[in-house]
Design a protein around this ligand. Sequence first.
Ligand SMILES: [Zn+2]
Length: 407
Amino acid sequence: MKPTGDSISRVISGDPEDTIDRSKRDFLRAAIALLAGLNLPRTSLAGGGQHGAGGSGQRVVMVVFGGVRRAETFSPQGLVNIPHLSGDLLPQSLFYRDARNEGVTAHFNAISSILTGNWQRVDDWGKLAPTTPTLFEQFRKGLGAAQSDTWVVASNKALTNLIGASSATDYGPMYGANVVFPKQLMVAAVANALRAGRSRNMADREKIEAELQSMLEAGNYEGLGWSVFDAAERLDPRVRATIEEAITSFVRSGGPTSGDELTFLVSREVMRKFSPRLLVVIFSDVEVAHFGSYAMHVGGIRTGDRLSYQMWQEIQANSEYKGKTTMVVMPEFGRDPDGSTTNGFFNHRGDTESTRGTWMMALGAAVDKPQIIERPIRHVDLCATLGDLLGCPPMDTQGTRLKELRG
Ligand SMILES: [Zn+2]
């Protein structure tokens, strides 16, 4: 879908980042006033979560950020956008230079394919679950891992909670992951507070309502808003309380304002409170590209680069993770080439090298020695590989286990 006239005019009317930052700042300021009046319940879960006994003792953290082209990342002219990935992490990583998405280059299908090891062709907007078991289900069913061991924390609005489990016979939600959309929960928390009339005065309420409205509209890329409000209702109350705490401190800090910052902070909180053995974090600030601002898209890449590095630093600082965790970082796909009929970097629909060719980085426990692998790999290769690291029984997938990662 092409960006609306509004979003285009916002982008070309000069200094769009400043406009949007100011609006976010205003929103946060108003939300602070509102949330400060709430008494959010404290979680009753302290320390680590409950873990099943099975498995290898290894942990996996997967960081996925939306569509980014090689041109803006691992190319001579792109390195400037990814100083942490290229400068801090690449030298200690196993780097697959050519990781290919050979499936549907839309968000839900791309993530589903990565998580199941089979190219999924379900609804682009997450109305249908993947048809073959996810890594979460294989891990939980095969090894008796608890739900608190498997998490998805996502900024991406094209996902729904159906990303956490498949529709496959003998699997499904009873073996699925916790799925959390932090920005959605923040919006829901503020909306609930508004309904409950807790804001201090009408001026605040009007301000917040206006900002909420614009926030929801601004997030409506590709014609999809938050259609997953029900997902929050299905969360375990203890889990929900933990997330709300993280969101409250995010809002109170008044500093970070991007959806991916919030996703990172919630992911970190989940690691500290539940220490899941399998955590999937999905960033999507880069998807602002659908609105047509190249500068903001590149800003999203820089944010993803920094947050990936901060995630790695958290793994090193957290005794539950240090020394026994493999972290992988990969885009879902590239984006269309400049000059394409689909508006170039705006979209990711072309059957082109620019859209299908990406990269993948692995760090940590499963990496014997840093090296760059030239051989092309496919996104579906990852599921069986990570499953093996976690100690899962062999999986029946379209992918091939990546032999360079040590089990
Ligand atoms: Zn997109």
